[in-house]
Design a protein. Structure first.
Ligand code: ADP
Ligand code: MG
Length: 311
């Protein structure tokens, strides 16, 4: 991995330490982020919790240079970092993985990786790129098929590829914004397990926005909680229960109790029987043995990866 240079100073190799100091962001008279200081030590997995509108996206957009914080600073690798735009954040080794995929579905994984670089040549020597990519994949703790169109990959594979892309681009601090929302629980566990493994090996540090306490408890080391733009709690995940984290998120307000179920299911309004088809990619079979939806009913649909069946 190449050394990143800021002025005359070189950043250390491997996972980066990133800190925000008193970060504040005002939109007109509204303070979306109020004096937030967070430290992510190198090689750690830090979760960022908060209700909708708490300021989580605003914080990470300030860190990545999409927004310019009104006041406050960021330190990367122990030095003050100026991030006027996302390109500057990338040059420091900061990268972001989103909830939705940013890959080009019709291109292969290899093509997606090569075109994501800033220095992709106008004429690509695919033999050379392939050799370099194969060598890159061999160094990685997990792999994704390089030669299939991305549209043929399952959601979990796509998210693994998004993470591999960040590593390929030399990023050493990853911000993950609800990275598992379109994954099944098994896929989420696999992806986050790999991310945690990369942290433990000292390759990356991670700041993950999440709403899922289960994932925070299973994979994160530390947690910070935002409420109405303020940092209202911080700690080691091992010391906190789900109830502790929920209390920090919503404050002392009593949680709203779920409404009691009311009414009775009425007559069937939809009946499906013995339907077999392929999904849009043409790669997966969907098979519905029998499904009935009655008036006044809410029907949940769950499915395994390969075949969808209702009984
Ligand atoms: P979260 O990601 O935690 O759901 P956000 O950081 O997106 O929250 O938003 C925090 C608050 O800042 C919200 O009240 C939101 O409406 C406001 N906000 C976010 N971006 C802007 C913007 N560009 N202009 C004005 N207000 C904004
Ligand atoms: Mg958000």
């Amino acid at each position: 991995m190449t050394m990143m240079v800021i002025g005359e100073e070189k950043l250390p190799e491997g996972a980066l330490e990133v800190r925000t100091l008193g970060m504040t962001m005002r939109f007109g008279g509204f303070t979306a982020l109020d004096d937030v200081s967070i430290t992510v030590p190198p090689g750690t997995f830090h979760a960022l919790l908060g209700e909708n509108g708490a300021g989580k996206s605003t914080l990470v957009k300030c860190m990545m240079g999409f927004y310019h914080a009104t006041t406050g600073q960021m330190m990367v690798g122990g030095r003050e970092a100026k991030v006027p735009d996302p390109r500057a954040a990338h040059a420091l080794g900061l990268g972001m993985v989103y909830q939705h995929f940013t890959l080009v579905p019709s291109l292969t994984a290899a093509e997606n990786l090569v075109i994501s670089r800033d220095d992709t040549p106008a004429i690509i020597d695919w033999r050379k790129e392939h050799a370099a990519l194969t060598e890159f994949m061999e160094r990685m703790p997990f792999a994704v098929p390089l030669d299939q169109p991305v549209r043929a990959l399952a959601a979990g594979e796509k998210q693994k590829l998004e993470i591999l892309k960040q590593l390929y681009l030399g990023r050493r601090f990853l911000i993950l914004d609800e990275p598992t929302s379109v994954l099944t629980p098994d896929e989420a566990d696999e992806v986050l397990g790999h991310v945690r493994g990369l942290c433990e090996k000292g390759e990356i540090s991670v700041l993950m926005i999440s709403h899922k306490f289960r994932e925070v408890t299973a994979f994160a080391d530390d947690v910070s909680v935002l409420r109405r733009g303020r940092l209202v709690g911080q700690g080691r995940v091992a010391d906190l229960s789900h109830a502790d984290m929920a209390n920090m998120m919503i404050g002392s307000d009593a949680p709203v109790a779920a409404m009691a179920r009311a009414g009775m299911a009425g007559a069937p309004v939809l009946e499906v029987d013995g339907v077999r088809t392929r999904d849009r990619s043409g790669l997966k079979e969907i098979s519905i043995e029998g499904l009935t939806v009655r008036a006044g009913e809410i029907v949940g649909v769950a499915a395994s990866r390969a075949t969808v069946r209702w009984n």
